[in-house]
Write a protein that binds this ligand. Structure first.
Ligand SMILES: C[S@@+](CC[C@H](N)C(=O)[O-])C[C@H]1O[C@@H](n2cnc3c(N)ncnc32)[C@H](O)[C@@H]1O
Length: 268
């Protein structure tokens, strides 16, 4: 296991089953997990789709995927994680935050689809604590309106709006508004990449004083980039241990993290 190491971040190019035995019980403050949903997303046709039309609030039609490069077909999303995955994650981290939790019987019993936007308030009433509805603000397209994040933390469930739909990405200052300068958009290198800014917001709110984080399948490395940003820009004190079994993704994320200047400059 030859890891990528940079300051407070260590990422292994390995299957998480090989890493779990090396990790101590309650070693991490928060496991931020985005496991395979078992819906074969790594091979879905939409990854090569270039004609997705989004209807904006003002009625304009946009095609956010016009210039998209296709991703390679991969098998990693064919199956949901095993009981062993959950048992080990609950052992090594004091708390968890799981994307797509609604797909996993270990967390919700019977799996269910995420709510549509008009069902958000009912969902919040029925799930009053520990849930975050990530509203992707994707206008009128066919994809899910949100992703559900379930946590073991004790807070009032809420909706977090952050635009994430092809080239329509939220701006850093206000994630509900589209970034006008597309050069500032995050480059996508993974089919289920989460926005770095989203991870920054989650960490700043739910792990305010810094702490140890674990990710059992880090994909594009957005979480690592968020940790780098918060540590470098705001002198936060996060440490991250993570792994990614696909060597293609691992190489891309290393390139992404190494290519980042240490101090971001802010243009006024
Ligand atoms: C849903 S994606 C994570 C996306 C990530 N949150 C991001 O922002 O890019 C799940 C990732 O877990 C990886 N993965 C799946 N099974 C794994 C395993 N057993 N060990 C390590 N990584 C695994 C997949 O290759 C995939 O990149």
């Amino acid at each position: 296991m030859n890891p990528f190491v940079s300051e407070n971040i260590t990422i292994y190019n390995t299957d998480n089953t090989k890493l779990f035995p090396l990790l101590k019980t309650k070693q991490f403050d928060l496991g931020i997990l985005d496991p395979p949903y078992g819906i074969g997303v790594g091979k879905m046709a939409y990854l090569k789709e270039k004609n997705t039309v989004v209807v904006q609030k003002n009625g304009n039609k946009l095609n956010p995927n016009r210039n998209k490069k296709g991703y390679k077909n991969k098998d990693w999303d064919n199956e949901i994680p095993t009981y062993h995955y959950w048992r080990e994650n609950f052992r090594i981290s004091k708390n968890y935050m799981v994307f797509g939790a609604n797909y996993f019987p270990e967390l919700v019993g019977k799996p269910f689809l995420p709510p549509k936007r008009h069902q958000f308030s009912t969902f919040l009433l029925e799930h009053p604590t520990g849930w975050i509805i990530w509203d992707k603000m994707n206008g009128g397209n066919d994809f899910n309106d949100c992703e559900l994040i379930k946590t073991s933390l004790n807070f009032k469930s809420y909706v977090l709006q952050y635009m994430w739909c092809g080239m329509m990405q939220g701006s850093r200052l206000d994630g509900t508004k589209q970034e006008g300068n597309k050069k500032l958009n995050e480059k996508r290198i993974h089919p289920t990449q989460k926005p770095t800014r989203l991870y920054e917001l989650l960490l700043a709110k739910h792990l305010q004083n810094g702490g140890g984080i674990f990710d059992a399948g880090i994909g594009s490395g957005s979480l690592a980039e968020a940790v780098q940003n918060l540590n470098n820009l705001f002198h936060a004190q996060y440490t991250l241990v993570a792994c990614e079994k696909e060597t293609d993704y691992f190489n891309l994320l290393v390139k992404r993290l190494q290519g980042k200047p240490k101090q971001l400059s802010i243009k006024i």
